[in-house]
Design a protein around this ligand. Structure first.
Ligand SMILES: [Zn+2]
Ligand SMILES: [Zn+2]
Length: 65
């Protein structure tokens, strides 16, 4: 199924959801990701430029779960 990236409008079959704003984002809109217990924690470029969200992402560690 082709979906539309909620950040840039690119159409892709592989959109990932940003953990911090909930937007479905394409590969180029996802700034970074980390391994979670289940799946991956993702942050989009928009949330990356938001300092509190970026700090929360950087502080996240898989081992803490
Ligand atoms: Zn986001
Ligand atoms: Zn995009």
């Amino acid at each position: 199924m082709i979906e539309t990236c909620e950040r840039c409008g690119t159409q892709s079959a592989k959109l990932e959801k940003c953990e911090y704003c909930g937007k479905k984002s394409c590969f180029s809109c996802i700034k970074s990701s980390k391994r979670k217990k289940v799946g991956r924690l993702r942050i989009c470029k928009g949330c990356w430029s938001n300092m509190p969200k970026r700090r929360r992402f950087k502080a996240y560690s898989y081992r803490q779960e």
